[in-house]
Write a protein that binds this ligand. Structure first.
Ligand SMILES: Nc1ncnc2c1ncn2[C@@H]1O[C@H](COP(=O)(O)OP(=O)(O)OP(=O)(O)O)[C@@H](O)[C@H]1O
Length: 756
């Protein structure tokens, strides 16, 4: 039976298969196939779902594969970034930013850093140190699978705000495929705003003072999970007197961190810092055995020039390099401020920009970006721009004032000839500076040659400067400040073999700035007296050596206009600046103290008598006061361009008439506005309590700076040779008349009526 059954079954199957109706009905056939297909599909899907692991796990496996390759890194053979075990996200970021092959410092550093070692890296300027630490930073956090919730993972400390900003920009480009958050913590920004975000930031790029301030004041900020610390431009950080700040910061960081320390020059203090903050570091000195310490593509020369010829030389240099991009380095902010303004007015035919520490942070960033964008321009700068800043395509670095030492020289010239590009550098030395400075440079392996400049070929601008100063009191004061500040900077330089203020010919120097008389320099007089009479006390010579050192440090920082102070330090330094300004004002003021007192007493008397100062009162012979109307007019309209320029051709009657007409209009306007305001005030006695901020309540300093910055912008345009806008228009702001809209309208209609 059984035997019989089996064939039946198989037979059945066979018969079913061969059933002619089945094969004939394709619809039924398809439906059966579809059913089967769907079943298989769901089964496979289910199996896949079971097999699929969480993303983090997949990433972890990829990381593990990379980490396994760390021990096989062969820096010598790495020709491309992809030869390193680097994450896909970082590689993509590098490719997109057009970085394909590592530079020498990058090749030698990345391997050690990936292996988790501390590194002390030194290489010439422009050799690519930034990427040498940014890639390890990104990889370190990627390895840890860092997320926004994990807080601070890496800290990069830069000496200046500008350098921090630049590093931040490179990080944004290279790290854009990662999901870490990055923050720029520098002075000059809103502290409260920073405090709110800082605890959620994974990578912080900061200046030392500001970071320490957050460590002290921001409750939510802590660095207990920090994995990597980077000290960029360590030599500069230390030079600026931040050793204590860095030590305090490092004390607050976990000991288990990895530290990378970079510096363009190797000084004793850098080595000391390395000893304190690094653990068994790997030394990467790329150009240790190089014949020269500056890039081979950089051509370097110096000229010897008398102090009073330097301004002429600078003007002639600019005139003969109109199509180039040039950075000119000066010793102090006030020199930059004055020479920038007068050079703009001289209109050399190319844009002039100024970068110094007295500008507000936003302005500094703006100038930096502006200079980067321009094809040809001159940037007047203090040493704030000397280190680490990457201005692409700079053709020339001109050092108008002798650098403090060979290291500063190397950093300054490092702004050109970056990453395989060519560049030229010219150092201007006074005869008294030549011998020692040149031997210092030779010691530092700087190949520099002397070239001659024919003094007869220099264009003299002295007369024009004199004319400018005669026209504008403000400009004259700037020139005086520039004079005093430069002398002070020379006096405070440590290396007295190079810098000797007593060898400078002051009268000639003052004349070269357009000043008829050399301002009195109080501190020089004191020192001179002290020298003549060493027994006398109270002079600068009495200052204890360490105090002098302290003064020297703080003043140098001021002169450079360094922007890396904490808010507290900043306010202190601005006080110092004010003091300095006061000092200088005192220098200009030749009136004796006793005389001042008498004047003060006189003024008090006048006030008591209820006289109005600066008003002319006329009386008849009988003693009756004569009403003077309209009151005496003071010039309310600034001179126009033509008038300013044409100061040698006598009085132009047509112009004078036009000017008087404009003055009348302007005067009428002011008078009318004053009267309406007065009337308005009577009607609204509570006006003083209203919330509107009147100009005289606004903090002077900021306003002044803004005004200076606005002026700077105007001047830049003028320098480039573009036609100057009429001043009135250039400074036009919405006029706050203190009136209602309807009254404002009435005023405008009245003024328009006046004009027609
Ligand atoms: N691997 C690379 N490929 C191409 N260009 C690079 C590479 N690395 C760096 N650069 C470019 O070289 C220039 C100098 O780089 P970077 O600013 O990092 O130098 P640096 O050594 O820090 O200089 P400094 O000491 O003056 O601060 C930059 O313009 C940068 O974009």
């Amino acid at each position: 039976m059984e035997k019989g059954k089996r064939p039946n079954v198989s037979l059945n199957k066979k018969t079913r298969k061969k059933n002619p109706t089945d094969t004939i009905d394709p619809v039924k056939n398809f439906e059966r196939w579809k059913k089967k297909y769907n079943k298989t599909k769901t089964r496979v899907k289910q199996e896949k779902r079971q097999k699929r692991r969480p993303e983090w796990q997949v990433e972890k496996e990829a990381i593990q594969r990379l980490v396994n390759k760390y021990n096989e890194i062969n820096a010598k053979d790495a020709e491309r970034f992809s030869d390193f075990p680097i994450s896909k996200n970082t590689l993509r970021g590098l490719m997109e930013a057009q970085y394909r092959q590592p530079t020498e410092i990058q090749r030698q550093t990345i391997g050690f850093a990936l292996q988790g070692k501390d590194v002390l890296g030194a290489a010439k300027t422009g050799s690519g140190k930034t990427l040498a630490f940014l890639i390890p930073v990104l990889e370190c956090l990627y390895r840890q699978q860092w997320t926004a919730m994990d807080g601070l993972g890496a800290l990069i400390i830069s000496p200046t705000r500008e350098l921090a900003y630049q590093t931040f920009e490179v990080l944004r480009k290279v790290g854009k495929n990662h999901e870490f958050s990055a923050g720029l913590i520098i002075g000059g920004k809103d502290l409260k705003n920073e405090s709110e975000k800082i605890h959620r930031t994974n990578i912080i790029i900061c200046t030392p003072g500001r970071l320490l301030q957050h460590m002290d004041e921001t409750a939510a900020f802590h660095a207990s999970d920090l994995h990597m610390l980077v000290l960029d431009e360590a030599d500069r950080i230390l030079d600026m007197g931040f050793a204590d700040t860095i030590n305090a910061i490092v004390e607050n960081l976990p000991k288990t961190r990895q530290t990378l320390l970079f510096s363009a020059t190797q000084t004793k203090s850098v080595k000391d810092l390395a000893r304190l903050s690094l653990k068994d570091p790997e030394y990467v000195w790329v150009h240790e055995k190089a014949k020269f310490s500056t890039p081979a593509t950089l051509e370097q020369n110096y000229v010897v020039c008398e102090l009073h010829q330097k301004v002429n030389m600078l003007f002639s240099f600019i005139r003969s390099h109109l199509q180039k991009k040039v950075i000119v380095f000066f010793a102090c902010c006030k020199e930059v401020q004055y020479l920038f303004r007068v050079f703009c007015r001289l209109r050399p035919g190319m844009p002039i920009l100024a970068l110094h520490g007295k500008q507000q942070q936003m302005k500094r960033v703006e100038v930096y970006n502006d200079f980067i964008k321009k094809k040809n321009a001159v940037l007047f700068a203090t040493d704030i721009a000397a280190r680490g800043l990457d201005f692409p395509a700079v053709n020339w670095v001109l050092q108008f004032d002798c650098p403090e030492d060979a290291n500063t020289y190397i950093h300054r010239v490092g702004r050109t000839a970056r990453y395989k590009e060519g560049g030229e550098a010219l150092l201007v030395l006074l005869p008294s500076e030549e011998k020692d400075m040149v031997s210092q440079l030779q010691e530092k392996k700087v190949p520099i040659n002397r070239i001659q400049v024919n003094p007869e070929k220099l264009t003299s601008v002295q007369q024009k400067l004199e004319a400018f100063l005669a026209q504008e009191k403000e400009q004259k004061e700037r020139a005086q400040r520039c004079f005093v500040s430069y002398l002070r900077s020379v006096y405070l330089m440590k290396n007295k073999d190079v810098f000797d203020v007593f060898q400078l010919k002051l009268q000639e120097y003052a004349a070269s700035l357009g000043l008829a008389v050399a301002p009195r320099v109080r501190f020089l007089n004191k020192v001179q007296k002290q020298r003549a009479d060493p027994g006398q006390s109270g002079g600068l010579g009495d200052v204890a050596p360490h105090e002098e050192e302290k003064e020297l440090k703080s003043f140098k920082a001021q002169l450079r206009g360094d922007g890396l102070k904490s808010e507290a330090q900043e306010s202190q330094s601005s006080d110092e600046e004010d003091d300095e300004e006061e000092d200088e004002e005192k220098v200009h003021n030749t009136i004796k103290k006793t005389e001042k007192e008498t004047k003060f007493k006189e003024a008090k008397k006048v006030l008591k008598r209820n006289f109005q100062v600066n008003t002319k009162l006329v009386f008849t012979e009988e003693g009756q006061m004569v009403q003077q109307w309209p009151p005496l007019q003071r010039t309310a309209v600034p001179a126009t361009e033509g008038e300013e320029d044409d100061c040698t051709s006598g009085i132009n009657v047509e112009e004078a008439r036009e000017r008087l007409r404009r003055e009348d209009q302007e005067f009428d306007k002011l008078e009318y506005r004053r009267k309406v305001k007065e009337k308005h005030r009577v009607r609204l006695p509570a006006a003083g309590t209203r919330k509107r901020i009147h100009s005289d309540h606004i903090d002077d300093s900021g306003e002044e700076e803004e005004e200076e910055e606005e002026e700077e912008e105007e001047e830049e345009e003028a320098a480039a040779g573009s036609r100057k806008r009429p001043r009135q228009q250039a400074t036009a702001k919405p006029l706050d008349t203190g009136l209602s809209l309807a009254e404002d309208e009435a005023l405008v209609l009245h003024l328009l009526g006046n004009r027609s």
